[in-house]
Ligand binder design. Sequence first.
Ligand code: PMP
Length: 452
Amino acid sequence: MPADKDKLDLGILSADIGDFANISGLAHPDLINRRHAHMGGAPLMYSDPIWIQRGEGVWVYDEAGRRYLDCYNNVPCVGHCNPRVVDALSRQSSQLNINSRYLHNLIVEYAEELTASFPQGLDHCFFVCTGSEANDLAVRMARAVTGANGVVVMSHAYHGATTLAYELSTMFSGTEGGPDHVAQVEPPDLFRGSYRAGEAEVGKKYAAFVDGAIQSLEERGQGCAAFLCDPLFDSQGGLEAPADYLQQVYQRVRKAGGLCIADEVQGGFARTGILWSFERYGVVPDIVTLGKPMGNGHPLAAVVTTRDIAERFSSSAFYGNTFAGNPVSAAVGKAVLEEIHSRDLVTHAARTGEYLRQRLVWLQSRHELIGNIRGFGLYQGVELVSDRGSLQPAKEQARAVPEAMKERGVLIGLTGRHNNVLKIRPPLVFDKDNVDELIAALDEVLTTTTVG
Ligand code: PMP
């Protein structure tokens, strides 16, 4: 199997028919065969893929009416088929949907409401349709403003699927590979990285890697246009960086003339118990990219930046996007923001996340396999190791856990360089009873998963 496929979001299953041990033994062989005959793209999840037909809140239902607790999907952040969002979408689609090059009040209102939730100065937004496009555009802006070409990114990063965003997705190029304009730095992994929890000045030590990356870009004649980082470190296994890490990095990048881009495609919209995940680290980026939960499933994403950067970019380059920021998308985006604010999902995610964390710590005291738990709010990573001393990644066991959880009606994922981190990232409306159900299933599964 090519490395790329194994590493996608949830590397449980390849799209190739040959990877299924016995297709006729699966629940939906015909649908899988037809999909394989006519569809490319991301691999299916699970060795026996589920056919989901309906969703409501934190629940999804398969074709047989079987219910699954969704502890994985961050896109339906305000709940599957959220009534306010569905209503806004259907009302606006029955009235008008049109290119954003015509004036429309909803688009303007949404841009005002969205940018009002950012620190002062980040008051301009460009609408796009996907997180990939947002990162692509953000880097184009940084290049236009700085005149440099190089970008510093984390190793094992994922930033998207356009040509540029894919080049910046170092999870596919390995630590040594990649084009000349990309320089990688070691992620601040306090569990298994070069510097560990408890050591002095870990933030500074990890940030110092950025000096080397900038120097290497200079030597290659690229210069430093930007530092692009997901403050949640999702593809690195969801890390808790040292508190001063991003401040230290941003100082170094700005001194070299680069702009700082926060990729909030995963961490944005209350996921971590605060609205934007960069806020936790006491920094204000020059550019922020948004996506995934922004439209609760509707393809809606954005780049947020300052008026100065927006104007300098627009004076030297064209950016247009037929579908982005249309009135239907704007109505949906507004409804998502209204749900987040009116139900105070920021506080809810912080409180439920705290309870989830406590219950995971309890599980860790019962299961040797759990080496580390980290994350914020409703994003928690549970790293499995076969030996707590050597930190040997328990890859096989990790692969088995989401499969066994699915059999018990609970959906979770996997992430990290070794694909050994259980990823728990439910819709924001997840509550304490849902946490209890998830923990009970995980306790049962880990009890039957042997350390080998
Ligand atoms: N950045 C991050 C951090 C992501 O997780 C993703 C999607 N997994 C993207 C960018 C790309 O977003 P999209 O799939 O909407 O293009």
